[in-house]
Design a protein around this ligand. Sequence first.
Ligand code: IPM
Ligand code: MN
Length: 365
Amino acid sequence: MATLKFTVLAGDGIGPEVMQSALEVLRKACAPEGDELSYTECAVGGAAIDKFGEALPESTLQECRKADAILFGSVGGPKWESLPPNKQPERAALLPLRKAFKLFANIRPGLLYPELTDASPLKTERIPNGIDIVCIRELTGGIYFGEKKTYQKPDGETAACDTMEYKVSEIERIAEVAGQTAMARGKRVCSIDKANVLETSVLWRKTVTEYFKKHFPEVELSYLYVDNAAMQLARDPNQFDVFFTENMFGDILSDEMAVICGSLGMLCSASLGDIKNSLGNKFGLYEPAGGTAPDIAGKGIANPCAQILSAAMMLRYSFGRAQTASRIEKAVRRAVCSGVRTADIAFGKKPVSTKEMTQAIIENL
Ligand code: IPM
Ligand code: MN
């Protein structure tokens, strides 16, 4: 029995709609254990720009610091696209949040239920048992956070550059997360880089090799260049079990993984670091990977599953409630597999609304 303290940052687009679903499911799922939710809702992203003039107001950051976890919706949308790039919701809210809480490890499970294989663009015979892989993305380093500038060349032409840098310690700590994840699964891990071209990748590969030799001798470590990895993922995703890679490559590969797994609407994620919360668990930020989906925002038809599954990850990693987390995950699976499906995963079935999907999940708890 405990009070689960977290900050709710619903954000823009479908964020607030699917967040309502997640909170409802959380409340229902936690009640039997006597766990109560205690959350503060704060403005972030475009909503915060409209209200406070900035995407990540100090007051929001302060609330997050007081909490044990952040449940994040999504930020951005056409309304704020004309702002200067460094003021836009994505760059001015999400990236500083990741940096502020040193959330260097982004865990994205690529899960496709066997019953849902027709939602994947891959032919069913390639994925007869669905997909079950994990993408681990380095989240606070590399080209996202290196020095950037736009400037004039001596001949007067305008140029811009972004810098990609990795320190050994940054590579080692993400290797540690990958190793631990592999130990809890199939003891197989693939490190993805571009060591045939990039200096950061050469260091990445060397560091990873040494780290696994020393700390995870039981784990089978393989390597792929990122271009080949993109192809392998589309050809035969289940050849992977756990793969891990630097920030930019992980951004791209995880979107590819999401579509192969049927829908962005099913993809949840956890961003973790080394900071402990007041319960001695990992502080984390939990978010669906699908974005704000402005085209369907406000229509009540968005798929709430990714947000709900992100909330389950929050229970597991930040609150030590693995059992409640699995109950939620099973309920989502049962609801979807019984044929209750929002439009993005309907494929011939009559699509249900966000509320109906949520209700079906609650009934399956
Ligand atoms: C993601 C998103 C973000 C990223 C954007 C919104 C900054 O695409 O979480 O994958 O690039 O990391
Ligand atoms: Mn992305």
